[in-house]
Design a protein around this ligand. Structure first.
Ligand code: FAD
Length: 308
């Protein structure tokens, strides 16, 4: 029997996270960022979401912009906190109608005193997305959306243990998740520990490391407060001690590039870069990491014609 050629491993994926702008000035920055990131040919660009009506509309407008004006494929974040089941079904249907083909299903953060909503956990949102897609089989290739979920290299603040988080990730996979993107983390071992524990528990979906080049000490503090993480002392000191913005930028990018490289060396299926809607740090990080990208092949009309 002729031996079958060994399949080449897929090149690592690349994605960026963008968030809807809150002012005219930040909208300009975002448009520039999109223009600068587009030539790197990411596999998708994720757009954050909030149940708040104004911010939700802004997320939808950004998704429309990406679909209509760029070659980028958007992944729409969707949160279930504060929403009814019917509202979520309508939102998923609206996303499909717009042309979105991927959703990151999240619970969202529970603001004190806010209504929790009809679904309690992200796993239930994954199931809801899977139910809604059944009604759109004709519009969706093979009747499916790509559904991602969040994973936590460091214990989720509400969770009793890291082990519980791994069980939750397994439950999300059973609900129908296709892949996971991690929360920010600062030590390479955290990602490796998560993947090892998840695989041992039966999680088989890709777990993509979420990497954030943080180049500003204030932003590091805010990020850590919001995500319930302790700031990495080495990164915090490097950012605090840098004599100026250029040095801070270099220190933050170099730190994130080391995390990215370590994750890829440990077998990560790709990188998801949290951008803060700024392109410079993401592009500089990519230069350090030297991620293989599939080159853009321009196709001329003649190439499409069968030979005479
Ligand atoms: P869940 O998976 O539901 O977990 C929430 C808590 O409930 C955890 O403590 C978990 O252990 C527990 N839990 C879950 N399922 C069960 C179960 N079956 N039984 C018992 N306990 C359970 N927030 C936004 O508002 N908008 C965004 O766009 C956004 N994007 C994000 C992108 C990424 C990649 C990540 C990592 C986070 C993002 N977040 C976003 C933040 C996210 O909403 C919060 O971290 C939130 O607190 C938890 O969301 P989750 O989807 O992980 O929820």
């Amino acid at each position: 029997m002729t031996p079958r050629p060994t399949a080449r491993p897929a090149p690592p994926s690349l994605s960026y996270e963008l968030y809807p702008p809150r002012s005219a000035a930040s909208a300009d920055t975002l448009l520039r960022t999109i223009e600068e990131l587009e030539p790197t040919r990411p596999d998708h660009v994720s757009v954050t979401y909030s149940g708040d009506e104004q911010r939700r509309d802004s997320s939808l407008a950004l998704l429309d912009h990406l679909l209509a004006r760029t070659s980028l494929r958007p992944l729409a974040h969707l949160t279930c906190v504060g929403s009814t089941r019917a509202e979520l079904e309508q939102t998923v249907a609206a996303l499909v109608r717009r042309g979105v083909r991927g959703v990151l299903a999240l619970r969202g953060d529970l603001d004190p005193g806010a209504e929790p909503g009809e679904l309690r956990h992200a796993g239930e949102l994954v199931e809801l997305v899977r139910e809604v897609e059944q009604r759109h089989t004709a519009a969706l290739a093979a009747g499916r959306l790509a559904v991602g979920v969040a994973a936590y290299p460091t214990r989720h603040p509400e969770s009793p243990s890291f082990r519980h988080d791994v069980e939750v990730l397994l439950a999300k996979q059973r609900s129908g998740a296709d892949f996971a993107i991690t929360q920010v983390y600062f030590r390479p071992q955290r990602y490796e520990r998560l993947v090892a524990a998840a695989r041992a528990a039966g999680v088989t979906i890709p777990i993509v490391p979420g990497i954030m080049p943080v180049t500003d000490p204030r932003r590091l503090r805010t990020l850590c407060r919001l995500a319930g993480l302790a700031p990495h002392p080495g990164l915090a000191a490097a950012l605090e001690d840098a004599p100026g913005p250029a040095e801070r930028h270099r220190a933050g990018v170099a730190f994130a590039a080391r995390l990215a490289r370590a994750a890829l060396d440990a077998g990560a299926p790709g990188l998801h870069l949290y951008t803060f809607n700024e392109h410079r740090a993401a592009l500089d990080l990519l230069e350090h990491v030297d991620l293989p990208r599939v080159p853009h092949v321009p196709v001329a009309l003649e190439d499409l014609l069968l030979p005479a």
